[in-house]
Design a protein around this ligand. Structure first.
Ligand SMILES: Cc1cc2nc3c(=O)[nH]c(=O)nc-3n(C[C@H](O)[C@H](O)[C@H](O)COP(=O)(O)O)c2cc1C
Length: 265
């Protein structure tokens, strides 16, 4: 009997020690890998921005170097369309929304930060956003302005970038870098053939009305403003249309793009 108790006790001791060693190992690996994951995420973001801007990474150069050479990041206050003064922002101390430099600003976590969050009014929320950051990063290259956007598709929240010419009105490209629509249906948003349908489309009519839209497949008529939807994926196409409507509309980048248009005259 005494021997049995000893055996049970020792078994527990061994199991506990093993659990402790394993949890230290797993926690250590998670901590050690965090910077690697963060770097991979940043590289992926930079790669997508360069791609939608039509800039290829020079051979012998890294994604980070090409990004640094070609892209300037600014933080825009969507309510005014103007760049955020980062020095003034930092002076707000604990009430600041942006605490680091423009490149490290994360609009997803900012949406949950009480200093940054903006609640989208239900009547404006066609893309199912609910809360967004009041500030958004925009990326400028020589030929493009790249706007991050997101919103609901059929199955998923879809994240993308839209590239617009410096006139603030001509679409130069679109890329979705994170979405969970069905491969072969809504997932065709990543197909280069469909993406090419956006090139050269206009966003606003002369009177400033937002006219860019994604139609049902085969229903695109206006060659200036209509992007043909995806066959068999009307619901994802509608989601994309709503995302574009929101982000290029008056609650999104419209004021910022209008200021670009003014400046390019
Ligand atoms: C398993 C499954 C996955 C689907 N995935 C998508 C999708 O990702 N996006 C989408 O718009 N429709 C998807 N659909 C189809 C929609 O239910 C709907 O039929 C379609 O959007 C209608 O498009 P259409 O009018 O072009 O045929 C899926 C259907 C099934 C059965």
């Amino acid at each position: 009997m005494a021997n049995n108790v000893n055996t049970v006790g020792k078994t527990f001791a061994v199991v506990t020690a093993l659990c402790l060693v394993c949890s230290i190992f797993v926690a250590g690996a998670a901590v050690a890998l965090h910077p690697v994951q963060a770097r991979a995420k940043a590289t992926d973001m930079q790669k997508n921005i360069l791609e939608v801007a039509g800039i290829s990474v020079d051979s012998g150069s890294s994604v980070a170097d090409s990004f640094k050479k070609n892209i300037k990041t600014q933080i825009i206050d969507l309510s005014t369309g103007k760049p955020v003064d980062l020095a003034a922002e930092k002076a707000l101390g604990k009430k600041a929304c942006v605490t680091g430099d423009a490149d490290s600003f994360d609009f997803k976590s900012a949406a949950k930060n009480p200093n940054c969050t903006y609640e989208v009014k239900a009547e404006n929320d066609v893309a199912g956003i609910r809360l967004r950051s009041k500030y958004m990063p925009v990326y400028t290259s020589k030929d493009s302005v790249i706007l991050p956007f997101y919103g609901q598709g059929l199955w998923s929240t879809m994240y993308g970038y839209l590239a617009v010419a410096p006139d603030g009105n001509t679409v130069k490209g679109i890329i979705y870098y994170d979405q969970g629509e069905t491969a072969g249906l809504g997932g065709e948003v990543t197909n280069p053939k469909w993406r090419a349908k956006w090139d050269g489309r206009k966003v606003y009519a002369d009177d400033g009305t937002m006219k860019l839209k994604v139609t049902k497949y085969g229903k695109a008529q206006d060659k200036d403003f209509d992007v043909d939807g995806i066959s068999g994926a009307t619901l994802t196409s509608r989601g994309v249309d709503n995302q574009i409507k929101y982000w290029l509309g008056s609650d999104g980048y419209q004021k910022y793009l209008a200021s670009l248009k003014e400046g390019s005259k």
